[in-house]
Every structure is written in C-alpha cells, then in structure tokens.
Design a protein around this ligand. Structure first.
Ligand code: PLP
Length: 365
C-alpha cells in the first residue's frame, strides 16, 4: 500500500489538550482554556432551543442544500441563494476550495504565519505553496504577495483578521489588491473573526463581491456565534465559484442541528453585540496589563491577542499550563518569544494575567 506521495510528510493535526485531561494530569481542579479562540460566553439561548426542538430528527438525513439557512443568510447579506455554500466549519470550505481549484503543480500563495489549513489542503492536492512572511507589524504583506502571482497561480489566501497575529488589513488595502490581482486568480478572504470588528476600516467583503467575480468570503459559526462543536461555516462568492465548490461537496456535509442552531444564532443580534463589546473590553484589559508588564503585542482585531513574552514562549506555555491556564504557542509561527491568548471573560482574563505575571518571574529571559 502506498498513500499519495504528497501527503506522507503531512503532520496529523495536534489538538490542544482537553480541559479534563489537563486537570487529571496536573491534579488541578480549575483549568481555563484560552487556546482555541472559543467564545467564553457560550452561545445564544435561541440556538439551544432550536437544537432541542429538532432533536427527534436524529434519524433523518439533513437537508443537504441547507435551504432554509441559505435563504435567511442570503436575505441578510443581500446576495442570491446560489452565492452561498455551507461546510462542516469553514475548515471544510477551505478543503473544498483546494479540491476544486488546485491541481498538482499549480501555485497557491498565503502569508506566514497564518491559518495552517490553507497550506495543509494545498499540499494534499499536490499544489506548490508560496509563502510570504507577514510584515514586522504581523500584517499580510499584500505587495509582496502580489509580486508572487504568475500564470500558474490559482488561489491566494488572505486571513483577515489574521490568525494567529490578530492584525487587520483595511478596506483600501484589500480593495487595491483586488484591483491589481489578475482575474484568473481566486482570492479567498477568510473572515472567521469579522463579527468582532469594532473599527470603521474593516473591508466590506460583500461590496467587493459585487465588483469582483474572483473573490470568495469565508465566515464561520464557530467563533462569535459559539457553535464550534456543531461544525458549520459558509462561503459567499460568485455563483460560478460557488457552483465549482458545490461540485466537490459531500451530499450531507452539515447536520440538521448545526443548520437549525445557526439559523437561530444568526437572528440573535443582542448576543452578538454583547460578545463583540465584551471582547473589545477584554482586549483593552489585556493590553493595559501587557503595557504595565512591558510586553509588546500586535494589534488585535479578533478574539485573541499575540503578545511577546520576551522569553521562551514554549517555556511560558508550560509554566502557565502547570497553573491551569492553556494558551497557544506554536514553533512554526517563527516567533519563539510570542504566545497567542484567546480573550476570555473578565474573570478568566484576570486569572490569566495574574498567572502570567507570576510566570514571568519564574521563567528567566
Ligand atoms: C477558526 C478558524 C476557521 C475555521 O473554523 P471552523 O470551526 O472550521 O469554521 C477558519 N479560519 C480561521 C482563520 C480561523 O481562525
């Protein structure tokens, strides 16, 4: 037996440690996970009602076309139903885009560091990956990315805000890029954290869609909507692009419960507003303490912040873990002294900051 040559070197995804395992291993009673950008406030009670009301549909296949949810979101965003596709998280949409658009030897461009699934799925398809480092502020270098585009380029991935750095490209920057990039290139604008935006600079992806056929927006119900375990996200684009993605979609790729919960969650604007405002406060709370501790950080436009702890990020990760706080550090980012922390509730943030201050005195520079 021989698997495809282009997958043998790929890592198997290593999830963050589950809270219960950390508790058991370290003998802790309280563990706070600020590692996966999950919503510390849970999810809309309306979504819970919708899931419970649908529970007897367990034995029935879901609506593969997600008709009701498509209708609701197309009305909300002012696009046609044939411009939306749903996936088992936006992760699955990334996989489907790679599958539909990338053939062996063709090129795809993304930033470093960014969301790892662009690279992973491109490599599964045997595409040639072109990596362009973010600039010193942690922001995509769109000029350098544009300079890498050639006749073989099929897909450019733009993560905005960028995970893990948290930085944001402005409307003008993305607009200028779309005007300059050749029409044969599909630009994927991953907006997993769009709903957290509190600036007036964030690009209007839906306006860009009206101007450019070669752009697809990715959104998810896993982050501000708090439905991560249900696995549902969506892509919005030109009907031709969405049809191509639909051609590689599995027939029943999202569940009834995910669709019902998403429908209810999308209509609960009060919950979204609460989460966005609490998150903005949480970012200010974290930044104020980082300032006091003299730790530099990148601009944060999602529900997480990347901070320079000025000593081994791996050691700080381990020391925080021993105190029951799970954050994220990944050597592949290329930032040995930075960590990424998800914005929690005010109380969780305080506990993290208290633990961090202790850890900084334990872990030497
Ligand atoms: C979390 C995340 C996603 C995907 O989340 P799903 O749970 O698969 O919808 C996609 N892109 C970025 C940048 C993310 O941070």
């Amino acid at each position: 037996m021989q698997p495809k040559k282009n997958i043998v070197h790929l890592p198997v995804y290593q999830p963050g440690k589950p809270i219960d395992e950390v508790k058991r291993e370290l003998g802790l009673t309280e563990v706070i996970k600020l590692a996966s950008n999950e919503n510390p406030f849970g999810y809309s009670p309306k979504a819970k009602e919708a899931i419970l009301a649908a529970i007897d549909q367990v034995s029935i296949y879901p609506d593969g076309g997600a008709v009701e949810l498509t209708a609701a979101l197309s009305a909300q965003f002012g696009v046609e139903p044939n411009q939306i596709i749903f996936g088992a998280g936006s992760d699955e949409i990334i996989m489907m885009i790679a599958r539909a658009f990338l053939s062996p030897g063709e090129e795809t461009i993304y930033a470093v560091p960014t969301f790892p699934q662009y690279r992973h799925n491109a490599e599964v398809e045997g595409a040639v990956v072109i990596e362009v480092p973010v600039d010193e502020t942690g922001t995509h270098d769109l000029k350098a990315m544009l300079a890498k585009v050639n006749d073989k380029t099929k897909v450019v991935w733009i993560c905005n805000p960028n995970n893990p750095t948290g930085t944001m490209l402005t409307e003008k920057e993305v607009k200028d890029f779309m005007e300059a990039v050749p029409k044969h290139v599909l630009v994927v604008l991953d907006e997993a954290y769009a709903e957290y935006n509190v600036t007036d600079q964030y690009p209007d992806g839906f306006a860009l869609l009206k101007q450019h056929k070669n752009i697809v927006l990715l959104r998810t119900f896993s982050k501000i909507y708090g439905l991560a375990s249900l696995r549902i996200g969506y892509g919005v684009g030109h009907p031709d692009v969405i049809r191509s993605i639909n051609q590689v979609r599995e027939p029943f790729n999202t569940t009834t419960f995910a669709q019902k919960a998403a429908l209810a969650a999308a209509s609960d604007q009060a919950f979204i507003d609460f989460c966005r405002e609490s998150n903005a406060k949480g970012i200010r709370q974290l930044q104020a303490k980082f300032d006091e501790l003299g730790l530099p950080y990148f601009d944060a436009h999602g529900n997480f912040i990347m901070v320079d702890v000025k000593r081994s990020g791996a050691a700080v990760f381990q020391a925080l873990l021993r105190k029951g706080i799970i954050i994220r550090h990944d050597p592949s980012w290329g930032y040995p002294t930075k960590i990424r922390v998800t914005v929690g509730s005010e109380e969780q943030n305080n506990k993290f900051l208290e633990a961090l201050e202790q850890v900084l005195s334990e872990v030497t520079v």
